[in-house]
Design a binder for this molecule. Structure first.
Ligand code: CP
Length: 307
């Protein structure tokens, strides 16, 4: 049986645009064919989540099940990592047991890149520190494609705690690759250090006026202790209120990777507005993660996306 070489998915800078477009196309296929039959395989996929997660962890598990893979979980808090075993040794132990792909969430910015040459396991980044969350950015791209019908010629506003957000960073990388314009708006102390041809640092009003897509970010309270704005003031200054929503155009969409802080980044009373696509992002995470797993494991992306 042909065994595909290892293929990591750690940082979107390492993935070429043809592959990104192929993944999007494949995800659309999976979304449109939810009962696409896949034969059971012996391919072992492991989850190693060393930070909390609901969406990413569960959607990868569901995606694995739909693709017919065997999915095992390492509970990091009950693992030998707690007894001083290194991450490298942990991966080696899993590899020895037959695991060929590992989905990893870590607070360590460099862990996955340090391991990518050392391990024979394909590593999929499920969120690393404040740097990368590539599969979330791809999920967001699928949502944009389904809602707006295109992935280029876009203006994307990213609002909030950009400095500590791996989702923001991966989206910035992705939309720079696609040639889209980025409008970044953050409270004092949460600004992005990113600069570039298509990156504009703007105030909230400008971001809301310019954007086709408005991406709100969770205040990452677990990653800093210098949050000077109260929850109430955050909503008033940087949150999506009823008043701001009422001033948006009908075709603008609002994203948030979740989980959201109710009444901080968004007024919970507007969650049911048709322009708010937060639960669509969760729904789209399954076909997108199916496409990523299928590519990592079987090397399949096939179709090209036309904008
Ligand atoms: N968006 C995201 O990564 O959510 P979880 O932390 O619930 O996985």
């Amino acid at each position: 049986m042909h065994m595909r070489q290892k293929q990591h998915f750690i940082d979107l800078n390492q993935i070429n645009n043809d592959t990104l477009n192929g993944l999007l196309s494949k995800a659309i296929f999976f979304a449109q064919n939810p009962s696409f039959p896949k034969p059971k395989t012996e391919h072992l996929v492991a989850s190693l989540f060393m930070e909390p997660s609901t969406r990413t962890e569960m959607s990868f598990k569901i995606a694995s099940a739909k693709l017919g893979f065997i999915h095992v979980d390492l509970n990091a808090d009950r693992s030998s990592l707690k007894k001083g075993e290194t991450f490298e040794e942990t991966l080696h132990a899993l590899q020895t047991m037959g695991v060929r792909s590992a989905i990893v969430r870590t607070k360590d910015e460099n862990l996955l890149k340090e391991q990518q040459q050392k391990t024979e396991i394909s590593l999929i980044n499920a969120g690393s520190g404040t740097s990368h969350h590539p599969t979330q950015a791809m999920t967001d791209l699928l949502t944009i494609k389904k809602e707006l019908g295109r992935t280029t010629n876009l203006k994307l506003a990213i609002i909030g705690d950009i400095k500590h957000s791996r989702v923001a960073n991966s989206n910035i990388i992705l939309h720079q690759k696609l040639g889209n314009e980025l409008f970044l708006c953050a409270p004092n102390g949460f600004e992005s250090p990113q600069t570039g041809k298509n990156i504009h640092h703007v105030d909230f009003q400008t971001a809301l006026k310019e954007a086709d897509v408005i991406m709100l970010l969770r205040v990452q309270s677990e990653r800093h202790d210098h949050h000077k704005i109260t929850k109430e003031n955050y909503l008033l200054e940087f949150g999506m209120t009823k008043e701001r929503l009422n001033n948006l155009r009908p075709e603008q969409i609002i994203l948030h990777p979740g989980p959201f802080n109710r009444g901080v980044e968004i007024d919970p009373d507007i969650l049911s507005d048709t322009r708010v696509k937060i639960w669509k992002q969760v729904e789209n995470s399954i076909p997108m993660r199916m496409a990523i797993l299928d590519w990592i494991i079987n090397g399949e992306t096939n179709e090209k996306l036309t904008n």
